[in-house]
Design a protein around this ligand. Structure first.
Ligand SMILES: [Zn+2]
Length: 167
């Protein structure tokens, strides 16, 4: 595993902490939730519990994010129905992303620092790109040139078609 940058990298000291932390979108004072307001990127698939979305400005074809229908923050806040369904929908999305081919592994990431509405990223590591294994994949994803948004949406629509067929 390597960083997508030449050595020597210089370690930074952490900045002074910001406490309380600034509000996120969908929290009081943080502005409206884009998912609930319908201003997030349009989903390519949905059911009664989940919506599946392509990313914008992303370098990894097949990346998608899954959001809950309900506006809750994290796993700890999901309804029992969503919690019970999460394992099977995560597996279906993983299978659907893998079906695009040329993918070594699909990483599942839940950050939650940008918005307060539950969403999980499915990020495919290109087959054979061993240097981008594990936590290095998002760093490589940031450094690689982006695919245009139409291309990202087209790949997500293929994922959605497979997801529906696997339903
Ligand atoms: Zn929301």
């Amino acid at each position: 595993m390597t960083m997508p940058y030449r050595e020597p990298l210089v370690a930074l000291d952490p900045a002074p902490r910001t406490i309380p932390e600034p509000p996120r979108k969908g929290e009081p004072g943080g502005g409206p939730c884009r998912i609930c307001a319908g201003t997030a990127v349009e989903p390519v698939w949905s059911d009664g519990l989940w919506t599946l979305h392509p990313p914008r400005q992303c370098s990894l074809r097949g990346t998608v994010w899954l959001a809950s229908r309900e506006h809750v923050d994290s796993f700890a806040d999901l309804s029992s129905a969503a919690l019970a369904a999460f394992g099977s929908i995560a597996a279906r999305v993983e299978r659907a992303v893998l079906s695009l081919g040329d993918i070594g592994r699909v990483h599942v990431l839940r950050w939650g620092d940008g918005g307060a509405h539950f969403h999980v990223w499915f990020m495919p590591r290109p087959l054979g790109m061993i240097e981008a294994s594990g936590p290095y994949l998002p760093i490589w994803a940031d450094a690689l040139p982006n695919i245009d948004d139409a291309g990202l949406r087209a790949a997500a629509e293929q994922v959605a078609a497979r997801l529906s067929a696997d339903g």
